[in-house]
Design a protein around this ligand. Structure first.
Ligand SMILES: [Mn+2]
Length: 507
């Protein structure tokens, strides 16, 4: 199950003869990932080969063009490939998995972004939080001295790998994907050409047949559509189109992809975020994510069938949808009357958090993009606004006046353990900044009280501040009402609640 998240490419330079293997029937992401690794090892004067096995030789027109235009030296290794001499690296797939032909090798490294199927410790990195394996390889290249940026062909390949694996960026999973998209140099004309040779007439017919076979659920206003095996991008195409039908709030399109089921999710109502639904539908068997309107997911067939040997995937999704709609309640700030008699009063512990004086970063008036784990937001640098950095790395502006009234600046260093550190981009010149480099510590001075209770059922809250997207509270999290303003309702995650609140003894 475990893979070494700390692996660096330099570590692999101890080997001189390296075979990089894409999964059988390679897609653009596998080819791009392999190509990027190949280029790195060539620059280090290694003997390296990039290849794939399986029954089929690449013949999809966009892939043939990609290999041709970007001069990718990928070889078909035949049905029974000979053993690797020193090191085998599997990209966009996992050694031992059903979608990759076995090759004997003394040393194996796995670099993948699918759900891990490893039962024993293996060498490599498996990160399902990434939208593409190209993102993973890019993040590894970034840590080396290899000048990947001056190679336009390599940049184009990585960009296209992510593009095709995330339904044209609409189902991007995390901020690292966006960082890569913004970082690599790519050839626009090539992307344009590949984009417009992606589908075959046969696949268009598959899309047509899938649309005709739609199942509409009028209780929950969603459409469920099964498609024959085809390029995963077709799923996105169908769901984008079908969501436009009057009466359809949610659209789910799925198909069988040999080793798993691929799912495309769309939503046009604010009460259901596509990314949340995608992760709900794939929970336990794979991963899902994306944006509030568009998302995608993947279920591993092996794990799915182990738990549901007699339940076909359509019945599973239908049942899971029923579970989903029964799993939560919705509250709208301004309308919702919280029952305070059932809640307890808590006070906030004053833990140090971080803040940035935005004018320390850039001149007043500069438009910036703030990138956090929660997504991108646009702001303008303003001397009257400070940026607060919460304990999970979330960033929100606060008026300077309010800051000065409620916080005290500390001399201590900022110490935070974050999954992704927030970044700022100057929209004018594209320059990026690590927000934490400018952060200072502060602590709240006054005492603030809330009423709260622990949720036993999920709850979606439309707060006073954000009417378009909800805050999701899961069982175990806390529903909170501010003492001074009963319209101010929100969710506090269980972990954060335990760290920052305590029962008010004076109450
Ligand atoms: Mn991939």
């Amino acid at each position: 199950m475990e893979a070494n998240e700390e692996l660096t490419l330099e570590e692999l330079l101890e080997y001189d003869d390296i075979l990089i293997q894409c999964h059988d029937n390679p897609d653009a992401d596998a080819i791009a990932s392999g190509f990027a690794l190949y280029s790195y090892f060539v620059s280090k004067n290694k003997k390296v080969k990039l290849g794939y096995s399986g029954k089929n030789v690449i013949k999809k027109s966009n892939l043939v063009k990609m290999i041709d235009i970007l001069e990718i030296p990928i070889d078909y290794l035949g049905l029974k490939p000979s053993p690797a001499r020193e090191l085998l690296i599997t990209v966009d797939c996992q050694y031992g998995a059903g979608n990759v032909t076995h090759i004997d090798s003394k040393n194996v490294v796995i670099l993948d972004h699918h759900q891990s199927i490893q039962t024993e410790k293996c060498r490599g990195i498996i990160n399902p939080k990434l939208g593409s394996c190209s993102t993973l390889i890019w993040s590894l290249l970034k840590k080396t001295d290899f000048d990947y940026k001056s190679d336009n062909k390599l940049g184009t390949a990585l960009y296209y790998g992510l593009y095709t694996d995330t339904n044209q960026f609409s189902e991007l999973i995390g901020p690292l994907d966006m960082d890569m998209r913004d970082d690599v140099f790519y050839m626009k004309s090539v992307i344009f050409e590949l984009k417009n040779s992606n589908l075959s007439l046969r696949e268009m017919k598959i899309a047509g047949a899938a649309i005709n076979s739609n199942v509409y659920n009028d209780k929950y206003r969603y459409a469920l559509i099964h498609s024959e095996p085809c390029d995963p991008n077709i799923l996105g195409l169908i769901s984008d189109l079908f969501l436009q039908v009057d009466g359809v709030d949610i659209c789910l399109v799925y198909n069988d992809q040999n080793d798993g089921y691929k799912l495309s999710v769309r939503s046009c109502i604010r009460e259901v975020q596509a990314c949340e639904l995608a992760s709900f539908l794939t929970e336990g068997f794979g991963n899902g994510g994306g944006h509030s309107e568009k998302a995608g997911g993947y279920l591993n067939k092996q794990t799915y069938l182990k738990q549901n040997p007699y339940l076909n995937i359509e019945a599973y999704i239908t049942r899971r949808m029923e579970n989903y709609y029964n799993s939560y309640t919705v509250a709208y700030a301004g309308e919702y009357q919280a029952d305070l008699t059932k809640m307890k009063r808590y006070v906030k512990n004053n833990l140090p958090i971080a803040f940035v004086k935005s004018t320390d970063l850039l001149p007043e008036g500069t438009p910036i993009l703030v990138r956090t784990l929660e997504g991108d937001a646009n702001l303008t640098i303003n001397a009257e606004h400070y940026l607060m950095i919460g304990i999970r790395g979330e960033v929100y502006p606060i008026m300077r006046e309010k800051f000065e009234k409620t916080y005290q600046v500390l001399d201590s260093k900022v110490e935070m353990q974050l999954d992704y550190t927030p970044k700022i981009r100057n929209i004018i010149d594209g320059e990026n900044y690590e927000l934490m480099d400018y952060a200072k510590s502060c602590v709240a001075t006054g005492k603030s009280s809330i009423y709260a209770y622990q949720l036993d059922k999920s709850m979606k809250i439309f707060t006073k501040w954000y009417q378009d997207t909800y805050m999701l509270g899961k069982p175990g999290d806390y529903f909170a009402v501010r003492e001074e303003d009963h319209q101010d309702i929100y969710i506090v995650e269980q972990k954060i609640f335990n760290k920052t609140y305590q029962l008010d003894e004076d109450a």
